[in-house]
Design a protein around this ligand. Structure first.
Ligand SMILES: Cc1cc2nc3c(=O)[nH]c(=O)nc-3n(C[C@H](O)[C@H](O)[C@H](O)COP(=O)(O)OP(=O)(O)OC[C@H]3O[C@@H](n4cnc5c(N)ncnc54)[C@H](O)[C@@H]3O)c2cc1C
Ligand code: FES
Length: 343
């Protein structure tokens, strides 16, 4: 198993607005960082009582010169203020590999995107990829005022370069008031037939956009959301701890699991009280993860046979669960045999 902790060297810190910066990392050394548009990194930053881990979406797209995250200060926030105020070129930061399911599927040709504030970050990655690879995208982008619009110039450049494929509708609270479902629905109505709708931003904005899509009759199965929250635990700490030994199959209730990961299928004994992620990592398999607390979906995989129980889940929605998606970091077996696929 490769060491999941990456050491990234900061190449550039670029102010985007008064309270947001983009941080680009050197490539090379460990090789290219492989990610999909809309995925995030988990960074380890100093905190008053030790370390904190926080997820930051990549705003760059695969193929860009440097992988880049974009961070907006949260008043009183530990990590965002440290990154915006202290990080300099040449510094190194520890990170977990790119993860996350907020990424268009191959069949998603036409996208309807809703972003607000720093929620633009994964959406920018998706737009940059679209510009290069094809497909259409309409973005409804809400901000407090003109000064707070992250990536204003680049969005203008993208829409000018691809007027037939990329469209951006700005919503400024100083001009239009707070976004509400009725007016968001009116804006989005011509694009409601998109293959997928993707939402990222503060909770009230996400609720308004989701309600707008509901009013437009957009099937919930076509809606992807990325919710920002701070991790409560430090996933790096468990990785730095003593090497893990495979969990003992010590109870009568041991199941088996067949896992398809990185193109290989393996069948393993699965002790009833061990989470799937712990099992796979103890067996030296490169299963992805970030928070380990059921909050980020980095560890999501699909159950295609048998059943599991999720100990905690604050991120997958009913529709995800109905499609068989589960969180490996929270999954324990319910049936004697379970089949799992990492897409
Ligand atoms: C998948 C994902 C992707 C993300 N992508 C991005 C991104 O691209 N860009 C971005 O800017 N952010 C992103 N985030 C959010 C980011 O991870 C952090 O949550 C955010 O930067 C705030 O972290 P912080 O350490 O600065 O604030 P925190 O220290 O976590 O504080 C957050 C807020 O809570 C308050 N607070 C903290 N502790 C307490 C307490 N004990 N009592 C009361 N209030 C308290 C703080 O004052 C602050 O207002 C993403 C999150 C996720 C899960
Ligand atoms: S690692 Fe975050 S939900 Fe499992």
């Amino acid at each position: 198993m490769t060491d999941p902790i990456l050491t990234l060297r900061v190449a550039e810190v670029t102010p985007e607005t008064d309270d947001a910066v983009s941080v680009s990392f050197e490539t090379g050394g460990d090789g290219e960082l492989r990610y999909r548009p809309g995925q995030f990194l988990t960074l380890r930053v100093p905190a008053p009582d030790g370390w904190a881990a926080r997820c930051y979406s990549l705003s760059s797209a695969p193929g860009d010169t440097r992988p880049t995250v974009t961070v907006k200060r949260v008043p009183g926030g530990i990590a965002s203020n440290w990154i915006c105020a202290r990080l300099r070129p040449g510094d190194t930061v520890e990170a977990l590999p790119p993860a996350g399911r907020f990424t268009p599927a191959p069949g998603h040709r036409d996208l309807l995107l809703f972003a607000a504030g720093s929620g633009i970050t994964p959406v920018m990655s998706i737009l940059r990829a679209r510009a290069r690879e094809g497909g259409t995208a309409v973005l409804v982008y809400a901000n407090r005022d003109e000064r707070s619009v992250i990536f204003a110039d680049e969005l203008r450049r993208l829409t000018e370069a691809h007027p037939d494929r990329i469209q951006v509708v700005h919503w400024l609270e100083t001009l239009h008031g707070l976004p509400d479902p009725g007016r968001l629905a009116a804006l989005a109505r011509p694009f409601a037939g998109a293959d997928a709708a993707m939402l990222c931003g503060p909770a009230p904005f996400m609720r308004a956009a989701a309600e707008a899509l509901h009013q437009l009759g957009v099937d919930r199965a076509r809606v992807l959301t990325e919710e920002y929250q701070s991790l409560a635990s430090d996933p790096f700490a468990s990785l730095c701890a003593a090497p893990r030994t495979p969990p003992a199959a010590d109870d009568a209730a041991t199941a088996t699991v067949t896992v398809e990961l990185d193109g290989e299928r393996r069948t393993l004994p699965w002790p009833a009280r061990t989470t799937l992620l712990d099992l796979l990592r103890a067996r030296n398999l490169d299963a992805p993860f970030s928070c380990r607390e059921g909050a980020c979906s980095a560890c999501a995989c699909r159950v295609v046979g048998g059943e599991v129980k999720l100990l905690r889940n604050t991120v997958l929605e009913e529709e995800d669960l109905a499609e068989g998606y589960v969180l490996a970091c929270q999954a324990i077996p319910l049936t004697d045999h379970v089949e799992v696929v990492y897409d």
